[in-house]
Design a protein around this ligand. Structure first.
Ligand SMILES: [Zn+2]
Length: 198
């Protein structure tokens, strides 16, 4: 899917407008097809907006997400894209890309949603924070070739969260993230290990 972009150059009479509309509605080649959102239109739009804003920041997290989106592929285990799947129950988070349900050739398979997420220590994180967190795990996997341990590496978890906090408080993007959280209200609360509650 991700690499099904038509070659450049079209015969005369080719319907350019239809081509553009197709790209917009299917999300194909979105951000160079290196980060692909797979879910409802609302979810895909949410991911699109968060990633676009994150890449406007020169903070470490913003630069790493930009690197992830531009990653040429062929890296660790030939993973060449990151699929952000809409959360539909079960575990929230990422897992290394070996499952058969991934879009073709995807790398880190991220599952997240427009929910608040309560960690086992009681801390509640919003949907933007959670998406950015999972994308930085995808950065570790796809760009650095590091597969995190099951249950996470505490030092890296803390580093990722510090970087996201810095990004979300960056004056260049802070208000934009807050606008997104208002535009896409949380659909509920996911409690670690307990699935979804409303
Ligand atoms: Zn994590």
């Amino acid at each position: 899917m991700a690499d099904d972009c038509p070659p450049l150059g079209y015969p005369d009479g080719w319907n350019q407008l239809a081509y553009v509309n197709n790209v917009v509605t299917s999300m194909i080649d979105w951000l160079g097809a290196k980060i692909v959102a797979s879910g409802s239109d609302t979810f895909n739009a949410f991911v699109n907006e968060v990633v676009t804003i994150a890449m406007q920041s020169s903070s470490t997290a913003g630069v790493n997400i930009q690197t992830l989106s531009n990653h040429p592929g062929g890296g660790f285990l030939e993973r060449n894209s990151t699929v952000v799947r809409e959360y539909n129950g079960g575990n929230l988070g990422y897992w290394p890309g070996t499952s058969a349900d991934m879009l073709g050739g995807s790398g880190a398979n991220v599952s997240t949603g427009i929910y608040n997420y309560q960690l086992s220590n009681g801390v509640i994180r919003n949907a933007v924070f959670t998406l950015l967190h999972e994308l930085l795990h995808a950065y570790d996997i796809n760009v650095l070739g590091i597969t995190p341990l099951p249950g996470g590496n505490e030092a890296r978890e803390n580093e990722i969260n510090s970087q996201i906090t810095a990004l979300m408080n960056n004056p260049a993007v802070k208000n934009k993230f807050e606008s997104i959280l208002q535009k896409y209200p949380a659909r509920g609360l996911i409690i670690a290990g307990q699935g979804v509650t409303e």
